[in-house]
Design a protein around this ligand. Structure first.
Ligand code: ADP
Ligand code: ZN
Length: 606
């Protein structure tokens, strides 16, 4: 596999829903139930105490009859319960015995001069049991109700309210963003506008209400929006476009209104909508009915934006990875009428970003960030930050005082290809050999036909992301690429398969080249259809016809012919340099990973 760029997605979650039950209300309920529990507990203890002091003895009915005939009984409490309660004349204890339930039982007692009390006799034990039962029941009931309520409130909350996290961006300043100079220049006046909106309104100037930052993920769009809020010293409300797109029609629109209401309360604010494309994607002409929910939400957003008065210092910043997918309605004047590109950093930008993130990290003297910047073409700011962070983690793992070059090399691997597979014991020796020749093929062809490229690393260490090994081949960072360079690029991609074929035979080539072939095909497609570089098709951009019909069999045949001849050419170069191929593969099998210097020294040795 040839690796040159790996996209990075970060999972910032800006939107946080909240539960409907307000904190105060919730606190009150908790207090209420806690009181009930405590009171129950006290009652139980009290009853328990009383129960302990009043001794209850059980006697047989015969013993009772005997006590009656001995005139020992003073009072009997009868009820419908299965037992009767007996008080003796000279005994404080209470006795209980079976209730005979005969019709003349009361008369029998009265005739024996015993006081009879009718009523429900409930023993303290049963009182205790009852109270405990109620307590337990209420306790569980409370939790069941509470949890269902929470679920319900989560659902309804999700539907009706927007609780954009208001972030304090005081710490964020434009100088925290390295590089991106053009974008910074583009937002200076906005900051002044938010700060002194009254001044602008006096002059009748209309400032943009919304701006769109567009560019690949991880390039600092969110950072820039935060810095604007930080510089202007106003609250920052962040949400993600996808949070507005709900299943139920009208919910998104009401969320939009809630968000703006909240922002208006603070008079001046920056509202940041990440992934605006989730909401404002261009309407596809093929869908007749459209997407009601999305349209309503979008309309709500546009209405809210046009409702700002000119004195209000509220700016809406939206971010997207692709500007061309947005609905044009969003880009009209008075809406998101300023679009600022925030692209991948160039070499200077990368060095600045690296320096910025290295400030709080102990770098060893051998680390040259300028060189790292050179090797990290197509890295976004987030990837660079990640690279240094992973390097620092590696240094900690080694318990070293400083981050060394080896830590950065290892981190490079992690950022591009995922972490290396630790358990490599089950990799068959034959597979290692295939990988070694495959990757050596890429590296060797890159060195021979594209000497301007940097071959930062070749490795046969499989990654957890599934690559068997890879060769990091970095084309020079420049504005234009020549036809020759594009052809070389294709050859580098095909070289893995070519090496396999030459070493192991035509029928023994493997699935390991699938990614490479895909990349080569995509390059040749642009070569023919976009850049007008194929002599046969000529100077024409077939994409402009805007129809797949133009990619007919002739073009397919032509792409195939180009790939075939480039493949044959690659094999020829490899055959002429077979010694190098064997040497690089041999070293790889031994060391598993080779850096550019090691590759160069192999090439120079012979
Ligand atoms: P985006 O919104 O474009 O996806 P973010 O603003 O979320 O990107 O950037 C993610 C992280 O990448 C930031 O927190 C920061 O650490 C780092 N980063 C990106 N670009 C830069 C830059 N120009 N300067 C410094 N750090 C950057
Ligand atoms: Zn490959």
């Amino acid at each position: 596999m040839v690796l040159s760029y790996n996209s990075y997605r970060d999972n910032n979650q800006y939107f946080r829903g909240d539960t409907t039950m307000s904190f105060k209300k919730f606190k009150y309920k908790r207090f209420f139930w806690a009181t009930i529990l405590i009171v129950t507990f006290i009652i139980c203890c009290g009853v328990g105490y009383v129960h302990k002091t009043e001794e209850i003895k059980s006697i047989s009915y015969n013993e009772f009859i005997e006590k009656v005939s001995n005139h020992q009984v003073s009072k009997v409490t009868i009820s419908s319960s299965p037992t009767i309660k007996i008080n003796l004349k000279d005994d404080k204890a209470i006795y209980v015995t079976d209730n005979p339930r005969t019709l003349d039982f009361k008369e029998f007692l009265l005739l024996n001069n015993i006081k009879v009390e009718e009523g429900t006799y409930t023993s303290t034990i049963s009182i205790l049991q009852g109270i405990l039962g109620i307590a337990v029941f209420s306790f569980f009931g409370f939790f069941i109700i509470k949890s269902t309520r929470k679920e319900n409130s989560k659902a309804t909350m999700g539907m009706n309210m927007v609780e954009a996290s208001e972030e304090n961006c005081n710490k964020f300043r434009l100088h925290n963003i390295a590089g991106n100079e053009e974008a910074k220049e583009n937002v200076f006046d906005l900051i002044d506008f938010i700060k002194n909106s009254e001044k602008y309104s006096k002059y009748g100037a209309r400032m943009p209400r919304g701006i769109i930052f567009y560019g690949p993920p991880g390039t600092g769009k969110t950072l820039m929006a935060k810095a604007i809020a930080g510089e202007a010293g106003v609250p920052f409300y962040a949400v993600s476009g996808s949070d507005f797109v709900q299943m139920y029609v009208g919910v998104g629109a009401s969320r939009v209104r809630d968000l703006f209401k909240k922002a208006r309360e603070s008079k001046k604010a920056v509202i940041f909508i990440d992934e605006i494309d989730a909401l404002g994607k261009r309407r596809s002409s093929s869908v007749v009915a459209g997407n009601d929910e999305r349209d309503q939400t979008l309309n709500a957003l546009l209405t809210e934006m046009s409702g700002f008065s000119s004195e209000e210092g509220i700016i809406v910043i939206a971010a997207t990875n692709r500007l061309d997918t947005l609905d044009e309605a969003l880009l009209r004047p008075g809406r998101f009428d300023r679009q600022v590109e925030i692209g991948l950093p160039d070499i200077k930008g990368r060095e600045r970003i690296l320096n910025h993130h290295a400030k709080n990290k102990p770098l060893s003297e051998e680390v040259n960030l300028n060189k790292v910047a050179k090797e990290t073409i197509f890295f976004s700011g987030a990837m660079l930050e990640n690279l240094l962070n992973e390097s620092a983690i590696n240094a900690v793992k080694r318990s070293d005082e400083a981050i060394k070059k080896e830590d950065i090399d290892k981190a490079f691997y992690t950022v591009l290809a995922g972490s290396e597979k630790k358990d490599r014991s089950n990799i068959r020796e034959n597979d290692r050999k295939i990988t070694a020749y495959h990757e050596s093929g890429h590296a060797l062809i890159a060195k021979l036909v594209a000497p301007e490229n940097t071959v930062a690393k070749v490795t046969i260490i499989p990654s957890t992301k599934g690559a068997g090994g890879f060769c990091i081949n970095i084309p020079p960072d420049k504005m234009y690429y020549t036809k020759k360079e594009i052809e070389s690029q294709i050859m580098v991609n095909l070289a893995g398969r070519a090496a396999e074929e030459l070493i192991f035979g035509k029928d023994m080539v493997t699935t390991g080249a699938s990614n490479d072939i895909e990349k080569a095909t995509s390059i040749i497609k642009d070569y023919v259809l976009k850049y007008g570089m194929s002599e046969k098709t000529g100077l024409i951009n077939l994409n402009a016809f805007n129809s797949q019909k133009n990619i007919n069999d002739n073009i397919l045949v032509e792409c195939k012919e180009h790939l075939f001849s480039l493949y044959e050419e690659t094999k020829k170069v490899l055959m002429n340099n077979m010694d190098f191929l064997h040497k690089i593969a041999g070293e790889l099998l031994q060391k598993e990973i080779l850096c550019e210097e090691e590759l160069d020294s192999i090439m120079q040795a012979s």
